[in-house]
Write a protein that binds this ligand. Structure first.
Ligand code: TA6
Length: 276
């Protein structure tokens, strides 16, 4: 069942429910802000998040596009897609457990002022006992463009002290806090601010929490960002309670820094992440 819902301020989102899962997707940013499997929330959503046009939702899966972070300093942090209004273009109820939804953003007068390229960006979401997100960029311009991007997933935790991220041992990583690149030694646990971009990632990642294990499989990307703001940064961030950092970790499927994409006219790029 798919419903288009509207908040009292006019903010619209899709609610998709099948026998496996429930998903909510805001039309602004094609932003998945809930993925519930067997009544269990897989994604974290800030209790104090804004649901307002022009403000990014805090939590769920923001789409960072056409630039990750400040990879393109001429664009706003994480690009403009997350605050742009997508169009709901299609949905297919494949069977009672599986639903596929497509949302689309194309260039506009406003986007061309920020980033002078014609494009089509489609998020295809497959909802079942897995959540699959395919972010498809087509270059509709006559010139090539460079792209960095991320599916900036916030995973809900019992507590940050229980979180272990596996699969990144021995991978080179750029530490955004020290601006240095080094090699990850072992699994990742958290006891301070953490903001690293891992490179050459070619395997499945595992997020181990106290009561659950989540797998993350990426295609079309070899960079993964792992982030937790910890105490000080959390207290300064918008739409986050002071202790919110205890309840999530971001593991982001990305093309960032040296792992950028160059798309020639008419070419298509797909960044795909599956969470299960
Ligand atoms: O992906 C990690 C990161 O780039 C952090 O450096 C960080 O501050 C964050 O994303 C959240 O950014 P935002 O613009 O959503 O506040």
């Amino acid at each position: 069942m798919i419903k288009l819902k509207k908040l009292s301020n006019g903010f619209e989102y899709l609610q998709i429910q099948n026998d496996s899962a429930t998903v909510k997707i805001a039309l602004q940013g094609a932003h998945i802000f809930e993925y519930k499997r067997r009544d269990e929330d897989i994604l974290w959503l800030s209790e104090t998040s804004d649901f307002e046009l022009g403000k990014a939702i805090r939590g769920g899966v923001p789409i960072c596009w056409p630039a990750f972070g400040m990879n393109n300093p001429e664009l706003p942090q994480h690009g403009f897609a997350r605050t742009s209004l997508f169009e709901f273009i299609s949905s297919v109820e494949v069977d009672s457990d599986t639903t596929v939804v497509d949302l689309r953003l194309t260039h506009s007068e406003d986007s061309l002022k920020l980033w002078n390229y014609k494009f089509e960006l489609v998020l295809k979401v497959t909802i079942s006992d897995k959540l699959t997100m395919e972010l498809k960029t087509t270059n509709l311009d006559e010139k090539e463009f460079k792209l960095t991007q991320a599916l900036h997933s916030y995973f809900k935790l019992s507590d940050i002290s229980n979180a272990v991220v596996k699969g990144l041992n021995n991978k080179p990583c750029f530490d955004a806090l020290t601006n240095k690149t080094n090699i990850q030694n072992g699994d990742i646990t958290f006891n301070q601010e953490f903001d690293k971009v891992f490179q050459e990632v070619d395997c499945e990642l595992i997020l181990q929490d106290k009561e659950k294990t989540i797998s993350i499989n990426n295609e079309g990307s070899s960079s993964v960002v792992v982030w937790n703001p910890w105490i000080d940064k959390c207290s300064k961030m918008s739409a986050m309670k002071d202790d919110a950092y205890r309840k999530f970790v971001c593991i982001e499927s990305a093309n960032a820094f040296e792992d950028f994409i160059v798309l020639k006219p008419k070419e298509l790029d797909t960044l795909k992440a599956t969470i299960y």
